[in-house]
Design a protein. Sequence first.
Length: 250
Amino acid sequence: MIKGIDVSRYQGVIDWPAIAGAGYKFAICRATVGNYYTDPTFEANWDGAKNAGLQVGAYHVVRADNSVESQLLRLRGALDGNNPKLVVLDAEVSPAGMSQFDIERAHYWMGRRTREFYNPLDAEVGWYSAAWWWNPNVKQQGWVAGDPFLWWMAAYGGDQNGERDWNQPAWPEPPASVVPLGWPRWDAWQYTSRGVVPGIVGNVDLNLMKDEAFAQIWGISPLPPPSTEPIKVTVTVPADAEIIEIRRQT
């Protein structure tokens, strides 16, 4: 799996070459919230990560109490000219006074309209959420399993008050119990909000992305190509040897 981070204005000024030097391969930058807010660090983060050699995506925090079209207009304005290959819709806000049905319908239409706009431009559209929010607010829906989204979940695990290395996941693979209801799979996993990395003062969200999802989004293999250099082998044998047998082990 491939290491990455997601960032917003809360990370302040970021030393992106240091992030790249620490082995992180992608960054997902907050672009917008609802129809009223554009992250003031979005352009700097986008350009900084891209110039440092990271693959870059953007995320938008969905507000069910704002119209879908006004949110999409805000998001498009922020991303205009950046040619995104990954646009993620962040589902974690429950506006006061809205029913579960209205919240779920707003997210359905936000996903549908965002995909209608960005998929023809060769951008993958995904959802970010956690079981604690998704399960009571969206629940089991046919469009969740049926629509071709990328799925990015947050699941931290472990003793939140105990001592552990927060730069390491709580599990080798997240258990099924932490995957949001109805998701056909997970493609990326935010495993902590307490990560510490070179180039950022304070904590940052750390993520792992499956190799195949990384390749699908950015059209490149995360692994270096195999070497085409010939393999040189030196064999030393006794002068009186009558038979030399060389076996290749695979």
